[in-house]
Structure formats: C-alpha cells, structure tokens
Design a protein around this ligand. Structure first.
Ligand code: ADP
Ligand code: NI
Length: 209
C-alpha cells in the first residue's frame, strides 16, 4: 500500500483544483473511520479512497475507463478481480447534479462516497469551493444568477455558475444524500457551519450602512 500512496501523492502534488493530496488523505481518513463503523471491507475502502480522484471526469478528457487508477493498480500487482471491484467503487463516487440519482451499489462505494462528500462540506468545503472557483475562473457570486437543480449530468457539467450558487446546487444538498448513519452524524456540524457562512457572506455582500 505504501508504494501506491507514494504514487498517488506524486500524481496529485501540484493540483490546485481541490483534488490535491491533502484531499485524498482526508478522504482516506474519513473513509477508514466510516468503514470501520459500518463493517465495510477496509482494504477495498482504502484503495477506493486513494484512487478515487485520479481520473476525475473534469480532467480525464480521453473518455477511457479510469486509465490512471488502473495503471497504478497494475504496477503494484493488484489482481484483476480486486482492481475491478475498486474501479466499480470509484466510478460510483461522483456527484452528477442535484436531480441525478448516484446511490452506490456496494457498501464500500457508499463509504467512499460519504467520505468524499464530507470533505466537500464544512469549513474545508467552503475553502475547496472557492479554490475550485478560482481554478475554473468562475465568479465568486453573481447576485442575479439563479441556482439550478440539474436533472442530468450533461446539464450539470456544462453549467455556468458561481461559487455561491454551487452551495445551493450541491453542497447544501449533501447532508441528506449520505449513505451511512456514521457520515450523517459527522455532517451535522459541517452543514451548520456552511449555513452560518452563507448568512454572514450574504449579509456582508448586501451591506448598505
Ligand atoms: P469530488 O471530490 O466529490 O469528486 P468534485 O470533483 O465535484 O468533488 O469537486 C471538487 C471540489 O470542488 C469539491 O469541494 C466541490 O464542491 C468543488 N466544486 C466542484 N464544482 C464546483 C463549482 N462549480 N463551483 C465551486 N466549487 C465546485
Ligand atoms: Ni474527491
């Protein structure tokens, strides 16, 4: 596992879009904690969490089936049946729009999806959203642009939005879309923090003296 960790670190080290190594490490820690409480297979959970963002749809233009995750597993001698289970986990993790059902099919995918979603909310979630917004050259807030609830993945992908709208299009919805009770508990404070943040942000934005 150590060799895989080093390779993932190296691949993610220069990322500034919110998918840096520290995100992966937080997701691994969250996933292992949730996985232990929920009796998931921790080996699959650890591999899934480590490899879940290597072939993110926003960066994988080739359309190939998780080429980087597959290569890292092959180079480290992970046998095909395990590798296929890990690919199935990571292919089910991603959020694809508010109106799109992305409930995972295995206990391990449920755990990794929950861990990834917990790292998208709370104080870290606020920071990652603005980091991503800068990376994507998207405005911080556009008061006259309404948030939209996307009914399919293509709409969500092609979405022109603002970082504040992203809270309404995704981040505030996540607490009710978690798969495990363990993650739902961890989400409570993180969700409250985002609500406080938005209230304060919009108050300051509208200040007229
Ligand atoms: P995940 O790690 O769940 O796959 P994403 O790849 O969708 O998450 O996004 C990475 C981070 O960037 C998350 O914290 C997410 O909320 C944030 N993000 C994604 N799209 C936007 C957007 N349009 N505006 C602001 N933040 C975004
Ligand atoms: Ni992620």
């Amino acid at each position: 596992m150590n060799q895989i960790i080093q390779q993932v670190k190296q691949i993610c080290q220069n990322d500034t879009s919110g998918h840096d190594w520290w995100h992966i490490q937080r997701v691994v820690n969250l996933a292992m904690y949730i996985g232990r409480k929920e009796n998931a297979n921790l080996y699959l959970v650890q591999l899934g969490a480590l490899l879940h963002d290597l072939d993110d749809w926003k960066f994988n233009e080739s359309g190939a089936d998780h080429p980087i995750a597959r290569r890292v597993m092959a180079e480290n001698g992970i046998e095909a049946t395990i590798a296929n289970r890990v690919i199935s986990i990571i292919s089910e993790v991603s959020f694809k729009g508010a109106g799109v059902d992305t409930t995972p099919s295995s206990p391990e995918a449920k755990v990794v999806q929950d861990a990834d979603r917990l790292d998208a909310i709370g104080a870290i979630g606020v920071a990652r959203a603005f980091a991503y917004g800068g990376h994507a050259k998207q405005p911080m807030h556009t008061p006259d642009l309404e948030p939209s609830i996307h009914s399919n993945f293509d709409e969500y992908k092609g979405n022109r939005t603002s970082t504040i709208n992203h809270f309404y299009e995704k981040l505030l919805l996540l607490k009710d879309r978690l798969n495990t009770a363990t993650a739902r508990n961890l989400a409570i404070k993180r969700h409250q923090f985002m609500e406080q943040f938005l209230e304060q942000f919009l108050n300051e934005w509208g200040f007229k003296g």
